[in-house]
Design a protein around this ligand. Structure first.
Ligand code: NAD
Length: 499
C-alpha cells in the first residue's frame, strides 16, 4: 500500500505546522523504536514546525535489513528499467515544485526563490542519473585473437548517505540518482534540522514506482550516523557536512574497509583585481555572500581586494545595506547559529577589523526567529578567525592585499579548498590565478562557481576526504565497482600468447 507523505499546504511565509517525520523503512512510515523525537524548528518564526524520529541502532538495523532484502530484485532489474523510475521522479518533482519549495523554505528558512533553486538544482542532478542509461555501457576490446576483455560497472550493495541542513532536496539528489541507477539500495540519514525534504522524496520515489526497501531513511543525529557507518552490511557511504564530521567519519569508515566520500566545509576566496568590472563584481560578490544567508558551502566568505579596489568595496557596501531581511535574505538555521555568527563578528571587531555593515542588531521580521543581517567586515587579517574559519552565515570578510601573488598566497594558505574565484577583465590575470588556486571549483567573474551538470561537484584539501567528485560520472564510479571479464570464444586454433 503506498503511504504518501501528507501534503504541505502553506503557500506563504505564515507559520504552518507539519506532520511528524518518521523513518521510511520498506515503504512504511516507522517511528523510532524508542519512540523518541526531536523538534524541528521553522527558523523564520523560531517555532516548532513538527517532530522528527530520533533513531538508534535498532532503527538502523531495520533500515539496513530492508535495503538488503530489496537488493537482489533491484540489482537484477536492468539499468534501463531502473532509470524509468527516475524519469517518473523528475516528472513528480516538477509537478510538486511549489509544494516542495514552500516546504524547504519553511524548514530551512531560505526565501522562496532560493528554495525553488534547491529543488531545481536537485532536478538537474537527477537528469544526470537519467542519462546513465545511455552512458553506462562499460567498455570492451578484442585484446588478442579470439580473446575479449570487457568492463562492466556493478553495484556495491547497500549504500548510505548523510546530508547537511542547507540544501534539503538537492544534496540527497547529489547521491541518489547515480547510486540507485547503478543498482544499489540506499539508506539516507537526513539532517535532523530539515528532515522534510527527504520525507517528500521518499514518498515521491514510491509514487514513481521504486520498489519498497530500495530507498529508506533513518532520521536522527550522531548515533544514527555512527550506526550506519559501522553496520557490516553498509558497503559505502557519502557524507556532506562540516569538515569536523567529514574527517571523523571518513577515518571511521575507511578503517572498516568501506568506500567513503566525505565532503566538508569551506572558506571560499574571491579575489578582486583593480581592473574588475565594478558593477558586475559588486552585485556578484553580494549575491554570493548573502544568498541562502551565507549558508552555502560555495558562499563567498572572504573577499581579497588586490590594490586599490575601494570604489568596488563602497559599491558592495551600498548594495548590501539595501538588502531586505525576510524578502531578499532569510534567517539562519538556529539560535546557536546566530550566537556563533555574532561571536565571529565581535571577535573580528575586537581584533581590529572594521564593521562596515553590521548585521548584529537588526529588527527581526515579525519580531521573532533566528536573524542576522548581512554584515561586512573590512580590513580583516587572514589569521583572524573571521579570516580563516568557516562562519557559515551572512558575513563577508574583506582582506586587503598589495599584489596578486600576495592574494594567491592567502588563498593557498587556507586549509579548505572548495571554491576560489578571480574578478578581472584581464585574461592573463585570470589564467595566472586559475593555475595557482588551491581549490577544486574555480571561477572567473563568477561568485558561486558550482559546476553545472554534467561537471562533477567536489572540493580539495579539507573540503573533501576521499577520491573524486560526488556528482557527474565520478559519482557513478563511486557507487559502482568495475568487473573485468576476459573471455575466449574462437573457432580458430591460432595460438596466441594468452592461449
Ligand atoms: P554537520 O556536519 O553538523 O551535519 C551534517 C550531518 O552530519 C547531519 O546529518 C548531522 O546529523 C550529522 N552529524 C553531525 N554531527 C555528527 C557527528 N559528530 N557524527 C556523525 N554525524 C554527525 O553540518 P551542517 O551544519 O548540517 O551543515 C553545514 C556544513 O556543511 C558546513 O560546514 C558546510 O560548508 C557543509 N556543506 C558542505 C558541502 C560540500 O559540498 N562540501 C555542501 C553543503 C554543506
Amino acid at each position: 500500500m503506498p503511504s504518501p507523505a501528507p501534503s504541505f499546504q502553506a503557500r506563504s511565509h505564515d507559520f504552518a505546522p507539519y506532520a511528524p517525520c518518521h523513518n521510511w523503512i520498506a515503504g512504511q512510515w516507522t517511528p523510532a523504536a524508542s519512540g523518541e523525537t526531536l523538534p524541528v524548528h521553522n527558523p523564520r518564526h523560531g517555532e516548532v514546525l513538527g517532530h522528527v524520529a530520533l533513531s538508534g541502532p535498532d532503527d538502523v538495523a531495520r533500515a539496513v535489513a530492508a535495503a538488503k532484502a530489496a537488493l537482489p530484485g533491484w540489482k537484477d532489474t536492468p539499468l534501463k528499467e531502473r532509470v524509468q523510475v527516475l524519469f517518473r521522479l523528475k516528472h513528480l518533482l516538477e509537478r510538486d515544485l511549489d509544494e516542495l519549495s514552500w516546504l524547504v523554505s519553511h524548514e530551512n528558512g531560505k526565501v522562496l526563490p532560493e528554495a525553488r533553486g534547491d529543488v531545481l538544482k536537485g532536478i538537474e542532478c537527477l537528469e544526470y542519473g537519467l542519462s546513465l542509461e545511455n552512458m553506462a555501457q562499460g567498455e570492451q576490446l578484442d585484446v588478442s585473437r579470439g580473446i575479449n576483455c570487457s568492463t562492466s560497472h556493478e553495484p556495491l550493495g547497500v549504500c548510505a548517505g548523510v546530508v547537511p541542513f542547507n540544501f534539503p532536496v538537492m544534496v540527497p539528489l547529489w547521491m541518489l540518482p547515480q547510486a540507485l541507477a547503478a543498482g544499489n539500495t540506499f539508506v539516507l540519514k537526513p539532517s535532523e534540522l530539515v528532515p522534510y525534504g527527504a520525507m517528500k522524496l521518499a514518498s515521491l520515489l514510491q509514487e514513481a514506482g521504486l520498489p519498497d526497501g530500495v530507498f529508506n531513511t533513518v532520521n536522527g543525529a550522531q548515533p544514527a550516523v555512527e550506526g550506519l557507518v559501522d553496520h557490516p552490511d553498509v558497503k559505502a557511504m557519502a557524507f556532506v557536512g562540516s569538515t569536523r564530521v567529514a574527517r571523523l567519519l571518513y577515518a571511521r569508515g575507511a578503517a572498516l574497509g568501506k568506500r567513503m566520500l566525505c565532503l566538508g566545509g569551506a572558506k571560499n576566496h574571491l579575489l578582486v583585481a583593480p581592473d574588475a568590472d565594478p558593477e558586475l563584481t559588486a552585485t556578484t560578490v553580494v549575491a554570493s555572500a548573502y544568498g541562502c544567508a551565507g549558508q552555502r558551502c560555495m558562499a563567498a566568505s572572504l573577499m581579497i581586494g588586490v590594490g586599490d579596489v575601494q570604489a568596488i568595496v563602497d559599491q558592495i557596501a551600498a548594495i548590501t545595506r539595501k538588502l531586505r531581511l525576510g524578502e531578499d535574505m532569510g534567517p539562519v538555521i538556529s539560535q546557536a547559529a546566530v550566537d556563533r555568527i555574532h561571536r565571529y563578528i565581535d571577535q573580528a571587531e575586537q581584533m581590529g577589523a572594521k564593521v562596515l555593515v553590521d548585521g548584529r542588531r537588526v529588527a527581526a521580521p515579525g519580531g521573532r526567529g533566528h536573524w542576522v543581517g548581512p554584515t561586512i567586515l573590512d580590513h580583516v587579517r587572514p589569521d583572524m578567525p573571521a579570516g580563516c574559519e568557516e562562519i557559515f552565515g551572512p558575513v563577508l570578510s574583506i582582506v586587503r592585499a598589495r599584489t596578486l601573488d600576495e592574494a594567491i598566497a592567502i588563498e593557498n594558505a587556507s586549509s579548505y579548498g572548495n571554491a576560489a574565484s578571480i574578478f578581472t577583465t584581464n585574461g592573463a590575470v585570470a589564467r595566472h590565478c586559475l593555475e595557482r588556486f588551491e581549490a577544486g571549483m574555480c571561477g572567473v567573474n563568477v561568485g558561486v562557481p558550482v559546476p553545472r551538470e554534467p561537471f562533477g561537484f567536489g572540493g580539495w584539501n579539507d573540503s573533501l576526504f576521499g577520491h573524486g567528485d560526488l556528482t557527474g560520472y565520478d559519482g557513478f564510479r563511486f557507487w559502482t565497482r568495475p568487473r573485468k571479464v576476459t573471455s575466449r570464444w574462437s573457432l580458430s586454433k591460432d595460438a596466441t600468447w594468452m592461449s
